[in-house]
Design a protein. Sequence first.
Length: 159
Amino acid sequence: MFIGCVGHQYNVKEIRYVPQSRVAENEIRVFVFRISNFTGSGNKFAIINNDTVVGSLGSGEFTSFIAKGDQNLVAAVIPTDKEDGARGFHYFEGRKGEEVYIRFKLAMQEDLGMKEISREEAYELMADYDYQELQEFPKPKWRVDLLSYYRRFLKQKAD
């Protein structure tokens, strides 16, 4: 099977990550880590929060953003895919005033997709991974609101 490689579709910049101050009461600071591995390493994934592009990650990179909604769906999508489906997504509710750490793994094995990780695991990844910051303001909107798009799956999961 041949899978082509895709470069950045968005203006991102690799910068030194500097830990931020406390999270405001009405915000959620979200970190997304793309696990470093060979599978899909040539693809850059757009990181979407509900309907907004918040980052773009290659293998062994991470980003962070502020989420303000009560319901959040974070997804990793190849920007050139014709479908709006995500290669991985993580849904969470509430969590205002907290930090949420999510890892994304693209692999040909069982442990793939997105899942929440501990602060300790996140800090270990921060020490080894490159921090990517989206340089586009305002942040671009995605083709669809992925939270609405995936609601049917979230509803089925809750039932």
